[in-house]
Design a protein around this ligand. Structure first.
Ligand code: PGA
Length: 237
């Protein structure tokens, strides 16, 4: 089996100004120079360019946190794939549960955005995951199957399994729960699958050690320099 390079993405959500992002990346790069992970930083739109400029000449990649599926037009407040490509952004996070929960995104809408992003040559981190109520009702596989059913395997596509009950709650899925969900997702779609939901320096290694966990999408702990650097180190084994 070829050795996997773990993929560690920092989802900053609506955090960090340009000045804060620049300072963070300048301090992060020397700390992760020796790690074997593929590190992806996902800043807010306003901080994409300063992060892109700082990561030139390194292996770090930059992803936006969302985009619209249309190429251009009357969509106030939206950003297109071409606008991201112009900034030398390599990837985009789509369908995050916060987008689904607070901004009404649907599986079909996510699918259209995924297609538009891939068509422009962006890599995509497509997020899926069940809520606590769905898990308790025994509907986890049904929900994952529905969310995956609108996606097609592609070299540029990575899925992030983020159980909604684990996001920002400190309730990480156990390695066994994550492994089971990842194996199920991979039985439906042959793409790398990242785990997201309260990943911290002290649980990153055991999650990354699961055979079907190909990396992590890190929210809260990616805002702190030392904890994100520790997660990058812990995940590359
Ligand atoms: P968290 O967020 O690490 O703060 O739980 C993960 C995510 O929402 O991507």
């Amino acid at each position: 089996m070829p050795e996997r390079t773990p993929y560690i993405a920092a989802n900053w959500k609506m955090n960090k100004t340009v000045a804060e992002a620049a300072e963070f990346v300048d301090a992060l790069l020397p700390r992760i120079a020796a790690t074997q992970s593929d590190v992806v930083i996902c800043p807010p739109f306003t901080a994409l360019t300063p992060v892109v400029e700082r990561r030139y000449g390194t292996a770090v990649k930059v992803a936006a946190q969302n985009m619209h599926e249309e190429e251009a037009g009357a969509f106030t407040g939206e950003i297109s794939a071409a606008m991201l490509v112009e900034l030398d952004v390599e990837a985009v996070v789509l369908g995050h549960s916060e987008r689904r929960q607070f901004f009404g995104e649907t599986d079909e809408g996510v699918a259209r955005r995924v297609e538009a992003a891939l068509a422009q040559g962006l890599h995509v981190i497509a997020c899926i995951g069940e809520t606590e109520a769905e898990r308790e009702a025994g509907e986890t596989e049904e929900v994952l199957r529905r969310q995956v059913s609108v996606l097609e395997a592609d070299d540029g596509l990575v899925v992030a399994y983020e159980p909604v009950w684990a996001i920002g709650t400190g309730k990480t899925a156990t390695p066994a729960i994550a492994q089971q969900a990842h194996a199920f997702i991979k039985s439906l779609l042959d793409v790398p699958v990242l785990y997201g939901g309260s990943v911290k320096p002290d649980n990153a290694a055991e999650l990354a050690a699961q055979p079907d966990v190909d990396g992590a999408l890190v929210g809260g702990a990616s805002l702190d320099l030392e904890s994100f650097a520790a997660i990058c180190r812990a995940s590359s084994h």
